[in-house]
Design a protein around this ligand. Structure first.
Ligand SMILES: CC(C)(COP(=O)(O)OP(=O)(O)OC[C@H]1O[C@@H](n2cnc3c(N)ncnc32)[C@H](O)[C@@H]1OP(=O)(O)O)[C@@H](O)C(=O)NCCC(=O)NCCS
Length: 206
């Protein structure tokens, strides 16, 4: 059964977000294995070796989990592509509807593609999508205080820092504090959406 907002393909210039495909296994494994040092510090504590958890074979289970969550309407898991190449992931997870209509965004990018504004573009696309056809009202992002790059992503897009969560998530071997950032539909009232706002902020005025 399809869920509001899923499946979807979103794009802006060279950045495309789409559901994973079975054929992504090799590219996913290559990117993940090449980025152990870059990603490990910020990811949930692994329950095995990075090498094994990010093998071509492991992708089958990862893909099945993501598809199941998407089918149940609790996640919108997007592969992030740049000029057609798989370079990262942005998942809107923990989606709860009824009186909450909220989801948590989590993301990563291949270090070889960092600093190009790909994830801010991806997050803006997903926020606009989630707030329109996705029917959500709030998007949250939880970030470790020392993750300067990730904090820049949400701050550049205008997310509001709302909370300090003590020992919130088990990341890289321990319970880590997180800053809670959020945006609601009201924050975009009067704008043409977050992507338009992001473009306005990044396009030099004539
Ligand atoms: C956080 C992350 C997703 C940002 O994605 P991105 O597409 O590189 O985002 P941006 O291009 O907007 O860069 C964000 C900031 O990263 C820093 N940055 C830029 N180039 C960089 C590079 N080559 N290497 C490291 N950091 C860089 C800059 O501080 C930049 O902010 P600025 O635009 O104000 O200069 C990426 O750094 C990443 O995958 N980190 C590891 C995983 C992670 O932290 N995930 C989020 C967990 S909450």
């Amino acid at each position: 059964m399809s869920q509001p907002g899923w499946p979807a393909i979103l794009s802006d210039g060279p950045v495309t977000l789409r559901p994973y495909r079975r054929s992504d296994a090799r590219a996913w494994s290559e990117v993940r294995r090449a980025n152990e040092q870059w990603l490990g510090k910020w990811e949930p504590t692994p329950y095995g070796t990075w090498h094994d958890l990010n093998s071509v074979a492991a992708f089958r289970a990862v893909h099945a989990d993501l598809r199941r969550a998407a089918r149940h309407g609790t996640a919108m898991p997007f592969a992030v592509c740049y000029e057609g190449r798989l370079v990262g992931q942005l998942t809107l997870g923990n989606i709860v509807r009824r009186a909450f209509c909220s989801g948590y965004a989590g993301y990563w990018i291949d270090s070889r593609f960092a600093g190009k504004g790909i994830i801010p573009t991806a997050l803006a696309l997903v926020v606009d999508h989630a707030f329109s056809v996705g029917g959500l009202h709030r998007i949250e992002v939880n970030i470790r205080p020392d993750n300067a790059a990730s904090r820049r992503v949400v701050e550049k897009l205008g997310f509001r820092q709302e909370a300090y969560h003590h020992r919130y998530l088990h990341i890289d071997g321990d319970w880590r504090d997180h800053l809670g950032y959020a945006m609601t539909t009201e924050d975009l009232a009067g704008d043409d959406g977050l992507l338009a706002r992001w473009h306005k902020a990044t396009t030099p005025s004539a």
